[in-house]
Each structure stands twice: as C-alpha cells, then as structure tokens.
Design a protein around this ligand. Structure first.
Ligand SMILES: C[S@@+](CC[C@H](N)C(=O)[O-])C[C@H]1O[C@@H](n2cnc3c(N)ncnc32)[C@H](O)[C@@H]1O
Length: 199
C-alpha cells in the first residue's frame, strides 16, 4: 500500500501539544518518539496502555495518519483515582479531558475504559503492531504479560519511563527473552526501551 500523507505532521502535533498541554522536555521527547513509531507501522493496530489526558494518543494518531497507513489506535485506561510511581495523581475526570482534546485534535481513537489486564482478556481488536506502555505504575511486567500474546510477529513493544529500573523494564526484557519473544532490545536513552518481538 502506498503512503498517502495527510495533514497530521509532527509540526502540527507540536503546535497542538503546546496549545493544550503543559509541555516539558520529557513530553516533547515522548510525543516525537511515539509519533515516529506510529508513522512507521504499516499494518495491524496500535494499542496504548495509559490514556491519561491523551497527549501520547494524539501523537500516535497523528503519526499513523501522516505515515499514510492510518491504522486504528486503541487506548486503554481505567480512569480511576490513582497515584503513579512518580507521585503524579490521575483522576477520573481525565477521561473527559482526553475526549475533549481528541475532538479538538480531529482524531478518533478507540477508547477502552478498563483495567489493562481485563482489557487484554477481552481483546478482539486483532493483531497489534505497536504496543505502547505508559502506565506510570510499577506493574509493567504483569501488564506486558497480559498483552504480549496479542502482539504480532515483528511487532514492537515500546516502554516509557524505563530508565527507572524499579518499574520492571529489566524483568520485562528477561521475561520476553526467556520465552524467545524478541530479537532486539534497544535502549535509546531518552526514556524508552523498544523491543522487537519476533515469535
Ligand atoms: C502516565 S499516565 C498516561 C499519560 C498519557 N499516555 C499521556 O501521554 O498523556 C498513566 C495512566 O495509566 C493509567 N493506568 C495505570 N495503571 C492502569 C491499569 N492497571 N489499568 C488501566 N489504566 C491504568 C492511569 O489511570 C493513568 O491515566
């Protein structure tokens, strides 16, 4: 399939983010990285674990749209009161903030209001080419264990916040390695580990 680029370029994404979110260096990095991964995906579906107020969801949608393949983007969040590993507080109202931002951004991601592990059990969305974890919690390992069988051969699992090893990055890599599930783990040094899953 030939790429057919549309209006959702990286510059538009940055402008949108600056207008609607408090931007930090870390957030610029996050949106640029997930945008680029989504841009490169040619088939399957994209799943995000952790919608929050929707910043990275916008980046994923803009990336896949500008990349020309316009893959479905699913985003999962339980939207309950929750304190993340960094001390950040998440609240149920984030759901409405996210929905409002999606409308303003002109995107239509598929929202799942559910716990990650329950959503994985009920998943009927097809093979995942890109699984993006941004949960802000220490439970990375069980979240990835629940979802990994839905990830396509050659798909990518992208983990955010990974310089903090307490989050379970190494355990996730070890777990996938033991099961022969990935060919390559990259540590780009900007808050991400990307893992190419091959079997
Ligand atoms: C860091 S925020 C997501 C930020 C978002 N990706 C962005 O870029 O704006 C983490 C989110 O994960 C959600 N979350 C954490 N653990 C969860 C779980 N087990 N099931 C569902 N949602 C969860 C929290 O409710 C929170 O909204």
């Amino acid at each position: 399939m030939a790429r057919r680029k549309n209006r959702f370029g990286l510059e538009q994404l940055k402008k949108f983010a600056e207008r609607h979110y408090l931007m930090t260096d870390g957030r610029y990095t996050k949106i640029s990285v997930v945008y680029q991964f989504a841009y490169n995906m040619e088939n399957g579906v994209i799943v995000e674990l952790g919608t929050g107020c929707g910043l990275s969801t916008v980046a994923l949608c803009y990336g896949t749209n500008y990349g020309g393949y316009s893959l479905p983007v699913h985003t999962v969040d339980h939207f309950v009161s929750f304190k993340g590993w960094s001390g950040e507080e998440y609240v149920p109202e984030n759901k409405y903030t996210a929905m409002e931002r999606f409308e303003k951004a002109g995107i239509d991601p598929i929202m799942h209001e559910d716990d990650f592990e329950d959503a994985a059990q009920e998943w009927k969305g097809g093979e995942i080419s890109l699984l993006f974890w941004d949960a802000g919690s220490y439970l990375m390992e069980s979240h990835i264990a629940a979802w990994m069988n839905h990830v396509a051969i050659g798909g990518i699992i992208l983990l955010h916040d990974t310089p903090d090893m307490r989050l379970g990055t190494k355990r996730v890599v070890d777990m996938l390695y033991k099961e022969g599930k990935y060919s390559d783990a990259q540590y780009p040094g900007n808050g991400f580990t990307s893992i190419l899953k091959v079997c």
